[in-house]
Design a binder for this molecule. Structure first.
Ligand code: PMV
Length: 326
């Protein structure tokens, strides 16, 4: 009873920040992301009669907080699919874990696909997306290639809360230049952060209604292949999410001084005629969105900023798939 899978990360252009149901991990709103080639998790799962408990190894060692989440996901799988077997899970990321590079997205998408194979569940893509969502909301999107929309669904049981593909990886020529400002793990995870914003930020309600308008504008940008509109909507959506976070009590400030320097650098480039826009998740890394022919200029400028540890240029890519071969 073995399954293996490879799943990519994704970056949200219209973000998810708020849950309508914490237990079922149901988002309050939709979101739109682009699946990224190059940032991947590879996962092997063995359900084994001889195991008295789950054994979870992430990047060659046990990461207690992550292992707890993986264990809870396996409990859910056992309950839902009627097995009592424990599992050995070995998962490797080719990028820093939990530092705002969406390791939970690739991690739980890979786990869902590997579990599907190991237990011969034969779930279709939407059901895989529903399963991945139980591990992490953004993981539901990493099942699919290219530009992807998460549907928040209406049903109480969450069976209609899954992602759908919007457009293939080549629909709109795009590069995502990631500036890593620190590889240290963040202090407040997204579930706790979303709850804090929902309960204490006076801007949260305005944020949720803004997302609805941004989803429409971003779909339009994709239909019209309009990069500038995609960039403008993505940047303002990310900054409004961070405004909501900052207004939470206690405040959620995921940025550091280098994050701010990178934002300013991208704005300076744009004023000089380079079409680049930023987006930032619940972490300190800055992701610049630009057409492919501007990616080198953007990467070189970001590399010149003191404090930036690494700059990666990524392109839209394929969704989760079976197997761990390169
Ligand atoms: O999927 P989670 O629980 O890690 O939350 C993701 C939250 C953001 O990255 C900030 C936004 C998003 O839509 O990916």
């Amino acid at each position: 009873m073995h399954g293996s899978a490879t799943a990519p990360s994704n970056i949200a252009l219209v973000k998810y920040w708020g849950k309508r149901d914490v237990a079922l991990n149901l988002p309050s709103t939709g979101s739109i992301s682009v699946t990224l080639a190059g940032l991947e998790t590879q996962t092997n799962v063995h359900f084994d009669r001889s195991l008295a408990e789950d054994a979870i190894v992430i990047n060659g060692r046990d990461v207690p907080a992550q292992s707890k989440r993986v264990g809870a996901f396996l409990d859910l799988v056992r309950q839902q699919y009627g097995t009592r077997l424990h599992a050995r899970v070995e998962s490797t990321n080719n990028f820093p874990t939990a530092a705002g590079l969406a390791s939970s997205a690739s991690g739980f998408a890979a786990l869902a696909v590997a579990v599907d194979e190991a237990l011969s569940l034969d779930l279709g893509p939407e059901a895989l997306s529903v399963l991945a969502r139980r591990g992490s909301g953004s993981a539901a999107r990493s099942i699919f290639s290219g530009f992807v929309e998460m549907r928040p669904g209406e049903r109480e049981d969450g069976t209609d809360a899954h992602a759908v593909p919007l457009a293939g990886p080549d629909a709109l020529p795009l590069r995502v230049v990631v500036a890593v400002t620190t590889t240290r793990a963040k202090k407040v995870g997204s579930t706790e952060g979303m709850q804090r914003s929902g309960q204490t930020s006076p801007f949260h309600r305005a944020w949720l209604s803004q997302v609805k308008a941004d989803l429409v504008a971003l779909r339009e940008a994709l239909d019209a292949r309009d990069f500038d509109q995609l960039g403008r909507v993505s940047e303002s959506n990310a900054l409004r999410m961070h405004a909501t976070m900052w207004a939470s009590v206690p405040p959620l400030i995921y940025w550091n001084a280098t994050t701010m320097a990178a934002i300013q650098e991208v704005h300076t480039l744009r004023e000089a005629g380079c079409p680049a826009w930023i987006t930032i998740d619940a972490g300190p890394q800055v992701k610049a969105l630009c057409p492919p022919e501007h990616a080198d200029t953007v990467a070189t400028a970001l590399r010149g900023i003191e404090g930036i540890e690494q700059v990666l240029t990524l392109e839209p890519g394929q969704g989760a798939r079976r197997g761990t071969a390169a």
